[in-house]
Design a protein around this ligand. Sequence first.
Ligand code: SAH
Length: 395
Amino acid sequence: MNIQGKITLKKGKEHSIERFHPWIFSGAIQAMEGEVVDGGGVQVVNFKGKILGYGHYQNGSIAVRMLSQNSEMPAADFWVTKLQAALALRKASNLPSTTTNAFRLIHGEGDGLPGLIVDYYDGVAIVQAHSVGMHVDRQAICSALQQVLGDGLKTVYYKSQSTLPGKVRTPEKDEYLFGMSAVPHVIAEHGNKFLIDWEEGQKTGFFLDQRENRKLLGDFSKGKKVLNTFCYTGGFSVYALQAGAELVHSVDASEKAIALTRKNIDLNGFNPNVHECYAEDTFDFLKDKQDHYDVIILDPPAFAKHRDARHQAVKGYQRLNMEAMKAIKSGGILFTFSCSQVVDRQLFYDTIVSSAIQAGRQIKVLHHLAQPADHPVSIFHPEGEYLKGLVLYVA
Ligand code: SAH
């Protein structure tokens, strides 16, 4: 990281940084010196000139994303050290394991690298920048990945066209920074196989964040009639079939997602007669399905990406869950999720209470679910907790 500028905070604005929160908002800045450029590295000091740390500057509401929160200048091995720390956390969480070879290696603030996501798919690293600074430093990140992961790393693909601020998006496409493994690429997750296509797929190609929740679904699926909505790659469907579900229905509005689900069902060698796919809107699909399923999974995309969309999002979750509760047979199970950052755990819970009242069903909470260990949350940055879920018993 190249530190060329210096930012002085207004008096009193140093407190959150001293408590290791990693963001500095533009309104907290008193002065800028040296070369403070979009995506460049800066030193951050308090009003008395005391060094608070170093970060990436960006012209925007979040003006600095802190990458190091001590007085020492980041050294030449900065990226390698950060990646090694992230890998150590995964290893402590038994990732990779004998049955799982895909995991998130860098989860932004949770790994002290705000603005950076790296997903690892058995030898292939997908790098996704959410900040200009990470975009500027992408080659250094790629080199550090090669150093830390060694010969096991075959490919680094940079996929940030949809996540970077518009101003830095370049006309050239997402690109390979190293190697070029063929797509689709097969990974293993708890022994189940999935096809990953980072070039054409959503996000980095797969939703690694549901790994442990998919596994839990297996405990509820044997001999059951299961509905997996918003199925994308069919992740939950594969786990339900693996556990011996009697029949699984997979629903997604995207034809591409449905095609991928079919391929993953085939790849795992399941009898095609126990699985049916529907390229349909989930809300429409649920309309005429009263008392129909033993188990339903609701894993919608974020209904709200910003605070001003929160009210609409809550209404969406409320209606969706109410419809699903009606579609569950007595004694059935609902796995329900929200990945909207602006809908916190309490608000999500309250929304589900409201769905239960409207559906007129007696509901018991069996499990509170979250994102897995490879999507860690810094205790100083609670905003990093985004995935919330509940397993409900519907009497
Ligand atoms: N459950 C998946 C991830 C879901 S991502 C997994 O475990 O990997 C959200 C999916 O919802 C996307 O595939 C998107 O195509 C689909 N989707 C979005 N709106 C939808 C709608 N109204 N009805 C059905 N599917 C929808």
